[in-house]
Design a protein around this ligand. Structure first.
Ligand code: SAM
Length: 229
């Protein structure tokens, strides 16, 4: 059984996908998808030896070696053209690392830029959405879930030919999440508002005031307050 967080990621993967799961650790996600006949093929990429070996043993324990190839390496560098990947999942790492992996992969021609992306940043979802927008990806689904007192956002995006325009609220809150305003979403942003209030108070008390930073944070706080009011 998958965690609630990985279950959403799994549900977003289209049937018959050729998947690259990057930062796969135990390869739980591709294993679940393969066991349920949801994917044709998967590469499970891992940069660290221990998690890589966990993934190797999970895949062989479940007899899924035909469908899932576990590879040791950095980001998308483990992929080859022959893999014909059409879907990339990156879950459980920070937003900046997700962007870095996608950008490196593009520079090194390890992805075409047309793959479906399913991303679950642990922090800084905004930077992920901004990258998607700049890459002409449109977000077509989003979920926020709570698990073990932590909140996670899962974003599914597909490539389009047109220019994509998201405003600051779309980028920060998510175009779907901000409309739905689920309880988990409201809880998240109430707690973020408290953090910003605290940070702003500290910055105002500091010996060397940085007015620019204070203004930035105040602007952000006002957006949040407006969203949760
Ligand atoms: N994706 C799984 C999940 O969501 O449950 C595992 C998440 S785990 C917290 C993050 C994994 O990403 C770690 O095993 C880490 O070694 C791996 N990782 C970090 N940077 C990576 C990179 N550049 N390329 C491949 N894997 C990476």
């Amino acid at each position: 059984n998958l965690s609630a967080r990985l279950q959403v990621v799994a549900d977003y993967v289209e049937h018959g996908a050729r998947l690259a799961d990057i930062g796969s650790d135990h390869a739980y996600l591709p294993c679940y998808l393969a066991q349920n006949n949801r994917i044709d093929y998967a590469v499970a990429g891992e940069i660290v030896k221990g998690p890589y070996l966990n993934a190797v043993s999970e895949v062989s324990k479940l007899g899924l070696k035909e469908t899932i190839d576990v590879r040791l390496g950095d980001g998308l560098e483990v992929l080859t053209a022959k893999d014909n990947i059409d879907t990339i999942t990156i879950a459980g790492v920070g937003g900046p690392l997700i962007v870095h992996i996608l950008e490196e992969g593009k520079q090194k021609e390890k992805r075409s830029g047309k793959e479906t992306l399913i991303l679950q940043p642990n922090i800084n979802e905004r930077i992920v959405r901004e990258y998607l927008m700049n890459e002409s990806y449109v977000i077509d689904a989003e979920t926020i879930v709570e698990e073990n007192a932590k909140r996670y956002e899962i974003i599914k995006a597909t490539a389009v030919n047109d220019k994509v325009n998201y405003d600051e609220k779309d980028l920060l809150f998510g175009p779907f999440l901000k409309k739905k305003k689920s309880q988990v979403f409201l809880d998240k942003w109430k707690s973020e508002a408290k953090k910003y209030e605290y940070i702003i108070r500290q910055m105002e008390k500091a010996d060397e005031r940085n007015d620019e930073k204070i203004n930035e944070s105040t602007e952000r706080l006002n957006l949040i307050k407006e969203m949760i009011k």
